[in-house]
Design a protein around this ligand. Structure first.
Ligand SMILES: *[C@@H]1O[C@H](CO)[C@@H](O)[C@H](O)[C@H]1NC(C)=O
Ligand SMILES: *[C@@H]1O[C@H](CO)[C@@H](O)[C@H](O)[C@H]1NC(C)=O
Ligand SMILES: *[C@@H]1O[C@H](CO)[C@@H](O)[C@H](O)[C@H]1NC(C)=O
Ligand SMILES: *[C@@H]1O[C@H](CO)[C@@H](O)[C@H](O)[C@H]1NC(C)=O
Ligand SMILES: *[C@@H]1O[C@H](CO)[C@@H](O)[C@H](O)[C@H]1NC(C)=O
Ligand SMILES: *[C@@H]1O[C@H](CO)[C@@H](O)[C@H](O)[C@H]1NC(C)=O
Ligand SMILES: *[C@@H]1O[C@H](CO)[C@@H](O)[C@H](O)[C@H]1NC(C)=O
Length: 627
């Protein structure tokens, strides 16, 4: 190998810079077609399905007139048909036989007040059932109408904190014409709702509760796209964040007693202003509670994506200090938006909030730039955090593409790196649900489409199991090399486990040599007689990593470079005139290695053309360069 080292060091210096480019890091390095994990497949497709994972990791899936329940070992289904049309409803003209959603679509499964509730559209007459063992009892409380929309394709948001439930679904049959509201529908205290100027024509993305150190300061955040009501920019729709105090009790003005008196909103920006790059469409939000960080997934008109993050404290500061758009009052004793706990908001402040709910200032992302941008069209994100073998915490952004694949993007000291693409579904699918569940023993991603839901353990390391270098070059913080295997560090996290995330850990060479089965492979590219060596043929080299450069060498000289994104790096021959060693090489960051090695020997007893192809077993060797 010695003479190759000299060649390689020259190559490294020449080609290293192109691997620092941001774009190549955003291509998924490897692709895994059949990820490890458990599929829960449905007997028929449910394109409008709803999902709920209970504390015992039992999965409930609501479909068209059916509820599926998967405990870890088996699946059951329960029929949930729409009510029959009693004469009462017929008389009121509520027969929906000729309308598109004249069925019961189960849109909500969740726990409320200690009961498991199943709610559905019930043929334009939303209803909930309490599930008790295998029995379903209809609940006829008024609020059940606000746990399911009238049609399954509506945009709405339900926030269920365990003790309190909020919903944006309007109540009653004239509901579709009413001004959209966010309303508390279940729980202690007043059932407050937002005023007419907060939500105009919203497309809801997410609602969540953010706990603060002082309970009184706890906030509800709403994320949505809405009509651009400020005339400061040209977009017709913009991403918005609204907030209100979770504990508030309304205003002391008699006619405003049931209105949220602290609900304000602002525009949420994702982009890099210095580069004039903006991503105006909000797709998804994830709250990483351990860091008080919100992650936003945005796209632009070309369907390219960007991820931005926002520190909750920074958002709080903007809401604490900004003026209100259109308002000129500066004489209020209590600032609009102030959380007063169990005290009512004074009338003057509440009026100001109702009339001018939008801040003058916008919410800019952390460091005023995107975390990363990508040419992929992403629809959903979650963010996980794990303590690696080096005792440092690593964050992993998991993204769902609009084709149903999942990308694992790791935040490393030198930037974000897309380490893996997973294909849980056999064909392109719309992701309906993307949910992260972590506890002491597992980090699991649930990915659902109409076919069913996949339970993907994030610490599945089978994609990197070929050799020690394959394992540590993966830069996957869940995986490390020990005892001849690429393991999950959740299972085995001793200091002898090798990872290469922040510093340059190396594999020892013994762990590397892996003799693949002896093969005689040459591939014909024309229809020669099989007995004779073909005059045209090619050698193959798999190009698994989309972040590596591949090329062929003969002796000391470079023969051919391969373009990225080909599945194979092929070396074509008209006829072999030079015996000797042909190597397929790869370089990724500072690791250069031999991927395939072929040796041709001449057979001098025969004539040149009917001769001599011998392909030797090949080995994978690794050579490190620290540049
Ligand atoms: C979870 O399991 C425990 C023990 O098996 C059981 O008592 C409890 O009712 C279950 N909870 C739910 C929500 O199913
Ligand atoms: C799943 O449900 C079946 C039938 O209801 C029951 O026999 C089994 O014990 C359950 N398994 C778990 C893990 O809860
Ligand atoms: C429910 O399960 C039964 C028996 O397992 C099956 O025959 C039926 O097709 C299922 N129904 C639905 C809607 O999947
Ligand atoms: C619900 O309320 C009870 C009693 O006030 C409290 O102990 C519990 O933590 C609350 N649960 C949640 C999820 O906030
Ligand atoms: C963006 O994606 C949407 C939905 O998949 C598609 O309808 C639209 O044509 C795409 N736009 C561009 C510019 O590719
Ligand atoms: C915002 O104001 C509240 C109430 O005055 C205060 O508790 C909180 O610390 C402030 N937050 C920031 C980031 O300034
Ligand atoms: C971010 O950029 C915008 C536009 O250039 C600017 O108005 C704003 O003050 C910047 N924010 C921060 C925190 O730097």
């Amino acid at each position: 190998m010695k003479q190759h080292l000299a060649v390689l060091s020259v190559l490294c210096l020449c080609f290293f810079p192109c691997f620092v480019s941001k774009d190549i890091r955003m291509n998924p390095r490897l692709t895994q077609h059949h990820p490890g994990g458990t599929p829960y497949l449905l007997p028929r497709e449910e394109p409008m399905a709803s999902f709920y994972l209970d504390i015992n990791k039992s999965m409930y899936i609501g479909g068209e007139e059916v509820l599926y329940h998967f405990n870890l070992t088996e699946m059951r289904n329960y029929s949930l048909k729409a009510d029959s049309y009693e004469s009462q409803r017929e008389k009121r003209g509520e027969n929906c036989q000729n309308q598109p959603y004249c069925k019961n679509y189960v849109t909500f499964v969740g726990e409320l007040g200690g009961n498991l509730l199943i709610c559905g559209t019930n043929a334009y007459n939303p209803t909930c059932w309490k599930m008790d063992g295998e029995k379903f009892t209809r609940i006829s409380e008024r609020w059940t109408q606000q746990l399911s929309p009238r049609t399954p394709d509506s945009s709405y948001s339900i926030l269920n904190t365990g003790n309190e439930t909020y919903s944006t679904i309007p109540r009653g049959s004239s509901a579709s014409t009413r001004q959209p509201q966010f309303r508390k529908i279940f729980g202690s205290g007043s059932q407050l709702y937002t005023g007419d100027k907060l939500l105009i024509n919203p497309l809801f993305v997410k609602s969540l509760v953010v706990k603060r150190k002082e309970e009184k300061e706890n906030k509800i955040f709403l994320f949505y796209m809405d009509v651009n009501s400020q005339s400061r920019s040209t977009e017709s729709e913009v991403p918005m964040i609204a907030q209100m105090c979770e504990e508030e009790i309304g205003s002391d003005a008699a006619n405003e007693r049931f209105r949220f008196s602290t609900a304000l909103k602002s525009r949420l920006i994702c982009g890099t202003p210095t580069a004039q790059q903006y991503y105006p469409f909000l797709q998804d939000i994830y709250f990483l509670e351990s860091r008080d960080l919100l992650y936003g997934l945005f796209t632009n008109a070309w369907n390219h994506s960007a991820v931005c993050s926002y520190q909750v404290e920074d958002i709080e500061r903007v809401f604490n200090t900004s003026g209100l758009f259109g308002s000129s009052r500066t004489d209020l004793s209590i600032r609009p938006g102030t959380c007063l706990g169990k005290k009512p908001t004074p009338e003057a402040t509440a009026d100001e909030v109702a009339n001018y709910p939008e801040l003058t200032s916008w919410i800019w992302p952390l460091a005023n730039q995107t975390l990363f941008q990508s040419l992929y069209h992403y629809r959903k994100l979650v963010v996980d955090e794990i303590t690696a073998v080096d005792e440092k915490n690593y964050r992993i952004v998991l993204l769902a593409t609009d084709e149903g694949t999942v990308h694992k993007v790791v935040e490393l000291p030198d930037g974000f790196l897309n380490v893996l693409e997973l294909h849980p579904f056999s064909k392109p699918a719309k992701i309906l649900h993307f949910h992260l569940h972590t506890d002491k023993t597992e980090h699991v991603l649930y990915v659902a489409a109409a076919q069913g839901i996949y339970r993907l353990p994030l610490d599945d390391c089978t994609s990197y199991n070929e050799s020690c270098t394959d394992c540590i070059i993966s830069k996957d913080p869940y995986c490390g090399w020990s005892e001849g295997k690429c393991h999950s560090i959740l299972v085995n996290k001793s200091s002898r486990v090798l990872q290469n995330l922040a510093h340059d850990d190396k594999c020892n060479d013994e762990a590397e040599i892996k003799i693949l089965p002896r093969r005689t492979e040459f591939h014909k590219s024309s229809g020669d007689n099989a007995e004779l060596p073909p005059s045209k043929f090619y050698l193959e080299c798999p190009t698994e990593s989309k972040q590596a450069r591949y090329w062929w060498t003969y002796g000391n000289s470079e023969m051919k470079n391969c373009t990225p994104n080909e599945d194979q790096c092929m070396l074509l021959f008209d006829r072999v005139t030079s015996p000797g060693e042909y190597h397929c090489m790869s370089q990724e960051l500072s690791t250069v290695r031999v991927v395939r090695k072929y040796t041709f020997a001449m057979n001098y007893s025969g004539r040149m053309q009917c001769s001599w192809l011998v392909v030797l077993a090949f080995s994978i060797l690794t050579v490190y360069y620290i540049l």
